[in-house]
Design a protein around this ligand. Structure first.
Ligand SMILES: [Zn+2]
Length: 419
C-alpha cells in the first residue's frame, strides 16, 4: 500500500518530536484499532476545558480565541501554514484556516469552535471537565463538535506536506451556534477554496448530504387605534392579521404541494406560526400586531425568493387596506443544502462508512462552504440527540472509526486525488 510507505517514512521523520503521530501510523494500519490514542483523548479534553460559548445574548457570549490558538499551535507543530482570520465587527471572534500542502482543490475538514450555553444546574458532570465515565466523554462541545477538530488534527498528523498532491485544509469557525458570522466572514473573504469538504457535525458516523434551511421572519402590521365603539375611528391591525394568517396558511399549502423530498423525515417544507402579539384592551381598536413565523425550506428553495414571495403576497392582500405592512427577517437565515449523490465526496463517505448518505434535520455551515465552491458532506462522531443537552457526551468507541475515516478521506482526496 502506497499509503503505508508514506506513513512509515513519515514515522521515521517525526519519531523524535511527536509521540501521537506514531500512534496514528499504527492505528491506520491496524484495522481492529484496539483503542484511541491517549494523546488524542487529552486533545479533546483540552478543547472541552477551553470555554467558547457563543450566544445572541451578550451576557453569555464568549470569545473563541483560546480554542483557535490551541488548534493553531497543534497544527503549526504538524507543519500546517496557519492563519487566524479576524471577523469584521466582532473583535473577539476568529476563524482558523490551516493548510498542509499547496495547490488548488483539496479537502477541507471543517468544524465550529463554539458551543451553545449550558444550564449548570442540570449537568451532573462538569461541562468543562472532560470526565470519562462508562466509555463516554462528558463535556460541553464533546459531540457538537470539539472532538471532531481534535480527531481531524490527529488524522492530519499521519501525513507530510510533501506527500500531498492536493492540500489538506483544517477549518475552524466562530459563532456557528449563534449568528454564522464566522462562516459569513469566510464567504466575504472568498476563502478557503477547496474542492471537497467534510463538516464533522454529530451524525453518528453516517454521511449526510442534505439539510433543510431555516428562516425566521417577523410580519408587522400597523393600523390606528381608536375607541372600540366606532370602527371608523381606527384601523384594526388584528383584523388585518387575521387575513394575513389565512394567506400564509394557503401559501404553506401551496409550498407543501409543490416541494417534496422523501429523504427527509418530514418530507415537505414546514411553516410554523410561532407567536402573535398585538393590542392591549378589549375596548380599543388594535393599532399594531406582530406575527413571528419559522420556515424550513427544502433544498432547491431559495431564502430570498421565499422572502420576496411572502412580501409580494401580503402586499397584494393588504393593498385595499389602510394597514402598513413590514416583513423583516429575525436573522439572516440558513440556506438549505444538497450535495449530489454522485459527488465524489458523497461516494467516498458512503464507501468508507457503509451507509447511504441521508438528510439531517439541523442546519450547518455547509451552504457557506458550497458558496465557496466546495462539495460538502456532513459526517462526524456523536449524535445530535446528545448535543445542546445537559451532560452532552461523546461515546469514545466512535473515535477510532472517525479517525480511520478521516485518514482514508485524506488519502483519497489529497494523496491520490482523481483528476
Ligand atoms: Zn454543531
Amino acid at each position: 500500500m502506497a499509503n503505508r510507505a508514506i506513513l512509515l517514512s513519515l514515522r521515521a521523520k517525526t519519531l523524535l518530536t511527536c509521540r501521537h503521530r506514531t500512534q496514528t501510523v499504527k492505528s491506520t494500519r491496524d484495522t481492529a484499532m484496539p483503542s484511541h490514542s491517549p494523546k488524542l483523548l487529552d486533545m479533546i479534553r483540552e478543547l472541552i476545558a477551553t470555554p467558547s460559548i457563543s450566544s445572541v445574548s451578550p451576557e453569555l457570549d464568549q470569545s473563541n480565541r483560546a480554542v483557535i490558538e490551541l488548534l493553531a499551535s497543534w497544527l503549526d507543530d504538524l507543519g500546517f501554514a496557519v492563519e487566524i482570520q479576524s471577523i469584521p465587527g466582532h473583535p473577539d471572534k476568529f476563524n482558523l484556516i490551516a493548510v498542509l500542502g499547496t495547490g488548488p482543490g483539496g479537502l477541507v475538514l471543517a468544524g465550529h469552535t463554539d458551543t451553545v450555553p449550558y444550564d449548570e444546574n442540570r449537568w451532573r458532570h462538569d461541562p468543562f471537565g472532560g470526565q470519562v465515565d462508562d466509555g463516554r466523554l462528558y463535556g460541553l462541545g464533546s459531540a457538537d463538535m470539539k472532538a471532531f477538530l481534535a480527531i481531524a488534527a490527529e488524522a492530519a498528523s499521519g501525513f507530510a506536506a510533501g506527500a500531498l498532491r492536493q492540500p489538506l485544509i483544517i477549518l475552524a469557525t466562530a459563532d456557528e451556534e449563534s449568528s454564522m458570522h464566522g462562516a459569513q466572514a469566510l464567504v466575504d473573504a472568498g476563502r478557503p477554496r477547496g474542492r471537497y469538504a467534510v463538516i464533522g457535525e454529530p451524525t453518528g458516523l453516517r454521511p449526510v448530504r442534505m439539510h433543510k434551511g431555516i428562516m425566521m421572519e417577523s410580519i408587522r402590521l400597523a393600523g390606528r387605534s381608536g375607541h372600540s365603539s366606532d370602527p371608523a375611528l381606527g384601523v384594526s391591525a388584528l383584523e388585518g392579521m387575521h387575513r394575513v394568517l389565512a394567506e400564509i396558511l394557503a401559501w404553506r399549502q401551496e409550498l407543501q404541494e409543490r416541494y417534496r423530498n422523501p429523504l427527509f423525515a418530514v418530507p415537505v417544507p414546514t411553516l410554523n406560526l410561532g407567536y402573535i402579539h398585538g393590542g392591549d384592551n378589549p375596548n380599543r381598536i388594535c393599532g399594531e400586531c406582530e406575527l413571528g413565523i419559522d420556515i424550513r425550506p427544502l433544498p432547491g428553495m431559495v431564502l430570498e425568493e421565499l422572502r420576496d414571495a411572502l412580501r409580494q403576497r401580503l402586499a397584494r392582500l393588504l393593498a385595499d387596506s389602510r394597514l402598513q405592512l413590514s416583513c423583516q427577517p429575525l436573522f439572516q437565515g440558513i440556506a438549505a443544502m444538497e450535495t449530489p449523490a454522485a459527488s465524489a465526496i458523497v461516494q467516498a463517505a458512503e464507501e468508507f462508512t457503509g451507509h447511504a448518505a441521508g438528510a439531517a434535520a439541523f442546519g450547518t455551515e455547509a451552504p457557506y462552504l458550497q458558496q465557496l465552491g466546495m462539495e460538502t458532506v456532513i459526517l462526524g462522531p456523536g449524535h445530535i440527540a446528545q448535543a445542546h443537552q445537559p451532560d452532552e457526551y461523546l461515546a469514545l468507541d466512535a473515535v477510532p472509526p472517525m479517525l480511520a475515516l478521516l485518514t482514508r478521506l485524506i488519502h483519497r482526496f489529497c494523496v491520490q486525488p482523481q483528476g
